[in-house]
Design a binder for this molecule. Structure first.
Ligand code: FAD
Length: 359
């Protein structure tokens, strides 16, 4: 393992900003993870686990401990093969450092459903269970069978079932009750051969209709391609040179509100807010999800709004962007301005989605 010092972190993040890591190491195997964890423990140095850096805001001072970049590669398959009956399950055991979108592409090429709507999301496989990645009506929670991780408390590898991961909207035990305890090394996905794709969102349905001849059979590869096209129009696909994708994707979570809160939002806004199902789980009973982008727009922010070098994406009000040489401080100042304005108007505090590092 090569231990580097004062390593700039900005190039490892999609925001492309923030200071250096005091120490930095890349793990290619589980042994490296054990070694790096022991190194940090011996020196009583804080440890931060880095995946693809697509959901992070790194402070301008950087991180004063060890940043461990998870680079484990490899995908093993079991179960259904191309001649199996439709709906047969197929298991993929993907190492945490695999690129997520490349993994999704492989599964749609295999005609396996379950994660086709999550195409085009940047980052690594290991990052997906952390915030229970979701988009266009799918969440990884529905397809994950098991997560293998190094438990920093027990100093041993553990395998957690989906139930043990305690998934909810943008949440799991990895980013809530047990934050910082686990280093994910592998995620097992159970997908379905030749299953029906999830086509719940109107803009996705439209994108598919526009691109295919009437009556032609729809392939999963086309669905994933349509998802990426829709994401691109919103600046939610990483495209080299596109100024709108120097971001961490959605900067705020969509609030999940009660019927009473919904009514007070409607009263404060003078119109009915759009809403989506809040998702499964007893905690969501009687609740709906309100798009944070709508609340932000109603609070007076428009696409392209700028505060110094920080800005709101020109294609999606929910994404804050680095307009060039922005500092983390500037991004946070803009986030605070937005959250304050939404709270003043609707009495609701927006919650940030990206993980803060070194603050
Ligand atoms: C343009 C854009 C679009 C996006 N769209 C979406 C979207 O539609 N839906 C969505 O849910 N998210 C979206 N995101 C956010 C982000 O892509 C996901 O959250 C992604 O899963 C983060 O993975 P990562 O490997 O980049 O993790 P990082 O950003 O490196 O880390 C994020 C968190 O996960 C932890 N982590 C990462 N890897 C591991 C590991 N192996 N073990 C333990 N902890 C780990 C880190 O410590 C940190 O706490 C988007 C981001 C961008 C830039």
């Amino acid at each position: 393992m090569l231990m580097e010092e004062n390593k700039p972190l900005a190039p490892f993040t999609t925001f492309d900003l923030g200071g250096p890591a005091r120490w930095f190491v890349q793990a290619a195997g589980e042994d490296d993870i054990v070694e790096a964890a022991a190194w940090a423990k011996q020196r009583a140095v804080p440890l931060f686990v880095l995946g693809g850096g697509s959901n992070l805001l790194v402070s301008d001072a950087g991180f004063g401990g060890l940043v461990l970049r998870v680079g484990l590669r490899g995908i093993a398959e079991a179960g259904a093969h191309e001649n199996s009956e439709p709906s047969s399950p197929k298991l993929y055991q993907a190492a945490a450092g695999e690129d997520w979108d490349a993994f999704v592409e492989r599964t749609v090429q295999d005609n396996c459903t379950g994660i086709e709507c999550l195409a085009g999301i940047p980052g690594t496989v290991g990052g997906t269970p952390v915030q229970n990645v979701g988009a266009y009506g799918q969440e990884v929670a529905s397809s994950i069978e098991r997560v293998r991780a190094f438990d920093l408390k027990a100093r041993a590898f553990v395998e957690l079932s989906a139930a043990e991961c305690e998934f909810a909207y943008r949440r799991s035990r990895f980013n809530s009750t047990e934050r910082g305890r686990y280093i994910v090394t592998r995620v097992d996905y159970r997908l379905t051969l030749a299953g029906a794709p999830t086509l719940r969102y109107a803009d996705l349905q439209r994108a598919i209709q526009e691109s295919r001849p009437e009556g032609a059979e729809l392939s999963l590869v086309e669905v994933a391609a349509a998802v990426r096209r829709v994401r691109r129009t919103k600046g939610m696909l990483l495209v080299e040179g596109d100024p709108d994708c120097r971001s961490a994707g959605s900067f705020f979570k969509n609030p999940i509100v009660t019927e009473e809160q919904l009514q007070s939002i409607a009263a404060a806004g003078g119109k009915e807010p759009p809403r989506f199902p809040a998702g499964p789980g007893p905690e969501n009973l009687g609740r709906v999800k309100v798009p944070a982008a709508w609340l932000i727009e109603q609070a007076g922010f428009t696409k392209g709004y700028a505060l110094g070098a920080a800005g709101v994406s020109s294609r999606h009000t929910l994404a804050l962007i680095n307009r060039g040489h922005a500092t983390a401080k500037e991004i946070l100042a803009l986030a605070t301005q937005i959250a304050d304005a939404v709270e003043a108007r609707f009495g609701l505090r927006l919650e940030m989605e990206p993980v803060l590092v070194g603050f």
